[in-house]
Design a binder for this molecule. Structure first.
Ligand code: ATP
Ligand code: MG
Ligand code: MG
Length: 549
């Protein structure tokens, strides 16, 4: 079911269609190419694309590339890849920079109408004269420049006669407005910066509040959906559309951004993590980026289901990250091959099993999905088990291996621990066990019961593998305004790398293949690190969660 449940934006859309206010639903997803997309962007992507889809409309991907200092084609490419991977295809690919000439012409129109002026105040002076919530702002000394002088100065700004920050073009609205956004906002600034698309053609760049409504109007966007911080900007949005005399009349609607527990989403911080080498790249599996989630092993289906479930509203909220994890478990539960991996190996020798013999045992591929069939796994005298499945001096209620105790080996036999071998330092390095041939799995043996079932991998054919287990990148990540410097809030244990073994049938596993490792959780083959002689598994999520949707 691709259709999301009702929400306030759909109510608006349906009313607009019914009233004939719009004939077609046209939305856009407008990322700034200054970083990689994160899970918050995914919410906006799903909202915009699915909304248009449901009403047989269109969605553009528009790069909001008006700030060349921070933008790069690397991000342009990555964003397109991520949107497609999430399962969406845009109607038109646009760039705000496609419209620079038209935006310039509309600014000239504003000047001619006496609605914009060139101002020489510095950024700081403008801040000082903007006023506060309770105090009106003060008029700039340049507010009453003549139309001719403004036209001349604006043309010279474009021609490159002034340095960065020397002049700006401001809208002439109302310095006494209770809405600070309307106190003569800046429309253009000077920035002698090379642009990744327009090169050095421009040294003045439009501000978001000017460029965005014009881009929407040019593209015939019917519903321009943005996050709540822009609510105060809506009157300015409408002012720009009206005063620039655009043919189309797009409207802005705001929704609450996605916040996730333990997760930082601001691109500024994410970039810092990359630049400081805290993570290996934007797609590090610990990152909340779309590419990081992909590399960790999340699927587009799980992300889309998550976005549908959280819905769209105007109320501030923080979503529990375990809800995102719930959806990947749900998606993989019946799809992923369930196999055995030993991530902290301990050698076990089964002393009464014939030397040199290897038998093949049947193992179901997915206990909840019979259709996935059965595979054969080898069993012999030497196997690996998990170090944590043995204790020399166990507490009561410990049902795994300890001297004298019997456990079930998943898909195989019961074994009993007879002897513990230690190295010179006293560390347990090997166990000697015996097995009972009567207890073979699937044989219907009912002679006695054991309380513990553990997993294992046959030693001679086991494939060495690396396992990466993750914890949140940041301690106290919710608190974006925390006084503590950002880099001091990084969790030093955000990744644990372990060397163990997987079943031999994993030799053909490829990048992004996903598995459930018995008792350990869901894992993804890291597509970047796995290769010819190396296989690296990222843990997507453990098996259990206390979280229910
Ligand atoms: P950030 O603050 O993370 O840098 P941004 O809003 O500056 O994000 P943009 O590239 O401008 O990044 O965002 C593109 C679109 O994605 C915008 O429409 C924005 O509203 C939306 N968006 C960004 N973050 C979130 C979020 N956490 N939840 C929902 N939508 C978001
Ligand atoms: Mg933005
Ligand atoms: Mg931003």
């Amino acid at each position: 079911n691709k259709t999301s449940s009702s929400n306030f934006i759909k109510t608006i859309v349906e009313a607009d269609l019914k009233a004939g206010k719009v004939s077609e639903i046209v939305t856009r997803f407008p990322p700034e190419p200054n970083g990689y997309l994160h899970i918050g962007h995914a919410k906006s992507i799903c909202l915009n694309f699915e909304l248009a889809d449901e009403y047989k409309g269109k969605t553009n991907l528009r790069f909001d590339d008006t700030n060349p200092l921070k933008e790069d084609t690397e991000y342009v490419d990555a964003i397109q890849e991520d949107v497609r991977w999430l399962g969406f295809e845009w109607d038109d690919l646009r760039f705000a920079s496609d419209y620079f000439e038209e935006m310039y012409n509309r600014a000239v129109l504003l000047i001619k109408k006496g609605k914009a002026y060139v101002c020489d105040l510095s950024a700081e002076q403008m801040r000082e004269t903007r006023g506060t919530l309770t105090e009106p702002g003060q008029d700039s000394p340049h507010r009453n420049r003549s139309v001719e002088e403004n036209l001349d100065l604006f043309a010279r700004m474009r021609a490159g006669e002034f340095k960065d920050g020397e002049k700006v073009l401001r809208a002439k609205i109302d310095m006494g407005s209770p809405n600070i956004t309307l106190r003569d906002p800046v429309l253009y600034r000077i920035s002698h910066t090379h642009h990744h698309r327009t090169g050095d053609a421009w040294c003045i760049y439009p501000m978001y509040d000017y460029a965005h409504p014009l881009g929407d109007a040019i593209e015939g966007i019917s519903h321009s959906i943005c996050t709540l911080e822009f609510e105060d900007h809506r009157p300015l949005y409408d002012w720009v559309v009206a005063e620039c005399e655009m043919d189309a009349e797009p409207h802005q609607y705001e929704f609450a951004r996605l916040n996730l527990t333990n997760t930082i989403m601001s691109k500024r911080y994410l970039k810092m993590l990359v630049d400081e080498g805290v993570v290996d790249a934007w797609d590090d599996p610990r990152m909340p980026t779309v590419s990081g989630l992909r590399r960790k092993g999340f699927t587009p289906e799980a992300i889309r289901a998550f976005c549908r479930e959280i819905g769209v509203s105007r109320a501030y909220s923080v979503v529990d990250e375990r809800m995102l994890e719930h959806f990947i478990r749900e998606d993989l539960k019946l799809k992923a091959l369930r196999t055995m991996a030993v991530i902290k190996p301990l050698k076990v020798v089964i002393t009464n099993y014939p030397e040199g013999q290897v038998e093949m045992l049947d193992a179901e591929n997915n206990a909840e999905n019979e259709a996935m069939g059965v595979r054969q796994i080898p069993f012999s005298r030497e196997i690996y088990i998990e170090q944590d499945d043995f204790m020399e001096n166990p507490p009561s209620k410990y049902f795994r291996l300890f001297p004298g105790n019997e456990v079930r080996l998943k898909h195989a036999y019961f074994i009993t621990c007879q002897e513990v071998i230690k190295d010179a330092e006293g560390r347990v390095v090997e166990l000697r066990c015996t097995y009972d041939p009567e207890t073979k799995s699937g044989s219907g043996f009912t002679g006695r019961k054991v309380k513990g079932t553990i997993h294992w991998v046959e030693a001679s054919q086991a494939i060495p593998a690396e396992f990466r287990l993750f914890e949140p990148l940041l301690l106290d990540a919710e608190d974006e305004d925390d006084d503590k410097p950002f880099l001091e809030r990084i969790n030093p244990n955000s990744m644990e790398v372990l060397e163990g073994f997987v079943e031999p049938n994993m030799k053909d596993a490829e990048g992004n293949d996903k598995f459930q490792f018995f008792r350990h959780g869901y894992f993804n083959v890291d597509p970047k690190l796995s290769g010819q002689d190396r296989i690296v598994f990222n843990r997507i999520v453990s098996l259990k969660s206390s979280f229910d949707v």
